[in-house]
Design a protein around this ligand. Structure first.
Ligand code: ATP
Length: 326
């Protein structure tokens, strides 16, 4: 389903809603300054909810600002909806809704009057249709009942939903949202995530930057992981999960003996640590491994099959933990 606020983009096979090639940014003139964004090859497929994940300071906002033509890239190329940026800004940007640092809303004006002000500064919209476009955007974010309340009386979630309504004042094929749940309370966070899921269900492509792995797991179909200005991986989340191969874990005081039995049974990557042994399960049946261990006299205190979760995968990719709150 589409309405007046979103449009499912027409897609060429292999085309991308966002694509960058070797996109880099160095702030300042000194050639010795570190690259804030370093050689990014980003690919956001049409229809994806793409989680652009990484800790604060890793270059997400800088990337988004380059994509939208708000700052100039030091080198490399970027395309939005198949249109080169920043050269094609006039063609691409009217089809892209963005939330970067949020619009400055007036606390004493109502939601509807704030949107009217916002629309008035956008020269690409038609003033004759402003009322119906605002109504449609407010409807889309579930704020019609509160449309005439003052902005200052809105909850945090309502304020952020109004900001998203501001990005939906005309039909959009792509939404770029920079940390849209940052600073929200749990209720506001739920409201915004549920809105993102609804927009995605309408076919709009969404690129969502976040430092929260849990947010990616809850709302995203794809993820791109940033670390110190570089993209360390990008993939459908299901594909990433599939790379998380299960391991057996044996707790025992006789770790060396257990390792010998597992190796003898044909398991790979047998790793001995204090009081435990782990190995790749492969095609082996856990029950048979327990039999083999016990049959060999290994005193097994614990046995299990563990599958690494996304957090384990990302830690192994970046060497850093992720904020798993929220
Ligand atoms: N205007 C600027 N001038 C100089 N350095 C900057 C500027 N903006 C960002 N940086 C630096 O570039 C790097 C990347 O920052 P950026 O804001 O893109 O990261 P981020 O992942 O979006 O983090 P955050 O969520 O905290 O904004 C950081 O080291 C930051 O200090």
């Amino acid at each position: 389903m589409t309405d007046a606020t979103t449009v499912a983009a027409a897609r060429e096979p292999g085309s991308r809603a966002v694509r960058t090639r070797k996109l880099s940014k160095r702030y300042g003139r000194r050639a010795t300054a570190a690259l804030a964004v370093d050689g990014l090859d980003l690919e956001v497929p049409y229809g994806a909810v793409f989680g652009f994940l990484g800790p604060n300071g890793c270059g997400k906002t800088t990337t988004i600002r380059m994509l939208l033509g708000l700052i100039e890239a030091s080198s490399g190329e970027a395309e939005l909806l198949g249109v080169p940026m920043p050269g094609g800004a006039r063609t691409a940007l009217p089809r892209v809704g963005a939330l970067v640092e949020g619009p400055a809303f007036h606390p004493y004006l109502s939601g509807v009057d704030n949107l009217r002000r916002l629309d008035a500064v956008d020269r690409s919209t038609d003033p004759a249709t402003v009322d119906e476009r605002i109504e449609s955007a407010l409807d889309r974010v579930g704020l019609r009942p509160a449309a005439r309340k003052r902005f200052r009386a809105y909850s945090l979630g309502m304020k952020q939903r109004l900001a998203i309504a501001g990005a939906l004042l005309r039909p959009r094929e792509l939404l770029i949202l920079d940390e849209p749940t940052n600073g929200l309370d749990p209720q506001g966070t739920r409201e915004v995530r549920s809105l993102i899921a609804q927009l995605a269900a309408d076919g709009v492509t969404i690129m969502l930057s976040t430092h929260l792995l849990s947010e990616v797991e809850q709302v995203c179909s794809h993820v791109g992981v940033m670390h110190k200005g570089r993209l360390v991986t990008q993939s459908p989340i299901e594909d990433l999960r599939a790379t998380a191969v299960p391991r057996v874990r044996v707790e025992t005081v006789a770790a060396e003996d257990a390792a010998r039995v597992l190796t003898g049974a044909g398991l790979d990557d047998v790793v001995v640590a204090a009081g435990e042994v782990t190995a790749l399960l492969g095609e082996h049946q856990p029950e048979k491994l327990v039999d083999a261990l016990v049959g060999d006299g290994v005193p097994v205190r614990g046995f299990g099959v563990v599958r690494p979760d996304l957090e384990d995968l990302f830690v192994s990719l970046t060497g850093e933990g992720f904020d798993v709150s929220g």
